[in-house]
Design a protein around this ligand. Structure first.
Ligand code: NAD
Ligand code: UDX
Length: 473
């Protein structure tokens, strides 16, 4: 047992799994074990049918599993063995009680700290990897310090910036690694130890250290700024549709200003995913807690704009299709919140699906990675819609085996996720199989609209001039 270091990660989800797999790959002499309270989750990590889909992840897991990467539900043993313990558990928006609908629930983080304080027999470095409200490290430290064994713990903040669908690439080559720690001798030593782990593959100048509170808050701020860009461009897409300007031309023109930058200016039917909305609401609630109501309202507007964009898209579908979709078959291509993931948490597609079900359409969904049962779980969790309170929900939503089946005899085809494979289909064949007029609503501006119009489709795109409505000068 001559490991350079032993790491335990509590939480084997979208962050814990890929992050630890990449640490194991890049640090063969470090022993990494990911633990979880969910037996099902841990069992899946031990097979080749991993619990999450992420390009390149399986290869990394296969390379390291059994060598220096392990998965276990024996939490106590693994905590005891570890030098560094990451807390990478979910911190969802509270659904009831104080701050319901806005505050992040950190009960899972506190529980992890209590478990560590309970079972550890030597001091540890405890790393907050989960996204948490600023000053959570203080709560974690107090719980840890309340152990009656006289053990000393150091708490670090090390937020994760990976995006789903590109997690492995992001982890292998991060823009930066952020480590916050207490500015005491012990705190700085603990931070230096974590720096040395990342320094196995991340250039030293890209690993930055700060105080604890800056590190915790930077994560919320980064997500708020990113989401703000999406809401900003989405607000402009609405103005484009009213004026005949083209939002993609605007993204290009505006993004070429180095100060603004090209990325994250893609209009969409709204941002989704487990982080943006949750983390902005967390920031809004923090501002309110400190009596900063103008700051709270400012950031909350990013969410309101996103809600508007999602609603606008459903309304456009119904209005264009002669104000009724009742009984009509609609093909929905893409359900995940972005391409290259099967994750449906907060996916904007769900809100379009909800609205179409309320309009009594028959929706045929095709997504290369989404599991049907995950659609229902999220629909119930986020929209409160389930088969008990929505008659015919399961009959009016069909999951199609492929896009061609979804489109056959459909009145409209919706593009909701920007999967690459959607660009490769034979749209003439699809057109021939559809009802006429055959509508396309491209919520990602993914397809070649001129080519579709030449085939005969009536195309509606986000923030793109509608040739039926606008002409040049
Ligand atoms: P997840 O739901 O995929 O995984 C969390 C896991 O933690 C689950 O498997 C759950 O069973 C486990 N867990 C809960 N309580 C536990 C406990 N007491 N002991 C052991 N395991 C426990 O969540 P995620 O998407 O991986 O997110 C984790 C954290 O990382 C969140 O705070 C999130 O905001 C943040 N984050 C997520 C992303 C992302 O893209 N998903 C990116 C950056 C940061
Ligand atoms: C985000 C952050 O990017 C990441 O740094 C953080 O760690 C977790 O949250 P993620 O939610 O996985 O990552 O994906 P991201 O690529 O940020 O996309 C979020 C949503 O915004 C998606 O629904 C995406 O389609 C949408 N989006 C993104 C746009 O609509 N337009 C864009 O230009 C970019």
């Amino acid at each position: 047992d001559d490991w350079e270091l032993k790491i335990c990660c509590m939480g084997a989800g979208y962050v814990g799994g890929p992050t630890m797999a990449v640490i194991a790959k890049r640090c063969p002499k470090i022993r990494v074990c990911v633990v979880d309270i969910s037996q099902k989750q841990i069992d899946a990590w031990k097979t080749d049918d991993l619990p999450i889909y992420e390009p390149g992840l399986l290869e990394v897991v296969q390379e390291c599993r059994g060598r220096n990467l392990f998965f276990s539900t024996d939490i106590a043993t693994e905590i005891e063995a570890a030098d560094i313990i990451f807390i990478s558990v979910n911190t969802p928006t509270k659904t009831q009680g104080i701050g319901a609908g806005r505050a992040a629930n950190i009960k899972n983080c506190e529980l992890c700290a209590r478990t560590i304080a309970d079972v550890a027999t030597t001091g540890k470095i405890v790393v907050e990897k989960s996204t948490v409200p600023v000053r959570t490290a203080q709560a974690i430290a107090r719980v840890l310090q309340s152990n009656e064994k006289g053990l000393k713990f150091q708490v670090l903040s090390n937020p994760e910036f990976l995006a789903e669908g590109t997690a492995i690439a992001d982890l292998m080559n991060p823009d930066r690694v952020l480590i916050g720690g207490q500015q005491s001798e012990e705190g700085l030593a603990a931070a230096a130890k974590l720096v040395s782990v990342y320094a196995h593959w991340v250039p030293r100048e890209q690993i930055i250290t700060t105080n604890l509170w800056s590190s915790e808050l930077s994560k919320l701020v980064a997500n708020a700024f990113l989401a703000q860009r999406v809401s900003s461009i989405n607000s402009i897409s609405a103005l484009c549709e009213a004026t005949g300007a083209d939002v993609l031309e605007i993204s290009r023109a505006v993004g070429m200003d180095d100060r603004i930058g090209k990325r994250f200016l893609q209009p969409s039917i709204g941002f989704g995913g487990s982080c943006f909305q949750k983390d902005i609401l967390n920031l809004v609630y923090l501002c309110e807690t400190y009596g900063l109501n103008e700051c709270a309202a400012y950031w909350n507007q990013v969410i309101l704009m996103n809600d508007f964009q999602k609603k606008r898209f459903s309304e456009k579908i119904v209005a264009s299709m002669f104000n009724t979709v009742t009984g009509k078959k609609i093909a929905m291509l893409g359900y995940a919140f972005k391409k290259d993931t099967g994750d449906v948490r907060e996916t904007p597609s769900m809100f379009v699906l909800r609205d179409l079900v309320h309009e009594q359409a028959n929706v045929h969904v095709y997504d290369p990675q989404v599991k049907r049962e995950d659609m229902w779980i999220e629909m119930d969790y986020t929209c409160g819609m389930n088969k008990d309170n929505t008659p015919r929900l399961e009959e009016s939503v069909v999951t199609a085996p492929d896009a061609y089946a979804a489109c056959e005899k459909a009145h409209a085809l919706l593009i909701l996720t920007e999967w690459d494979e959607f660009k490769t289909y034979d749209y003439k064949k699809i057109y021939d199989s559809m009802m006429k007029p055959a509508f396309v609503f491209d919520g990602r501006n993914l397809l070649d609209h001129d080519a579709l119009r030449a085939i005969g489709f009536e195309v509606h795109a986000l923030g793109k001039p509608d040739p039926l409505k606008f002409s040049d000068l």
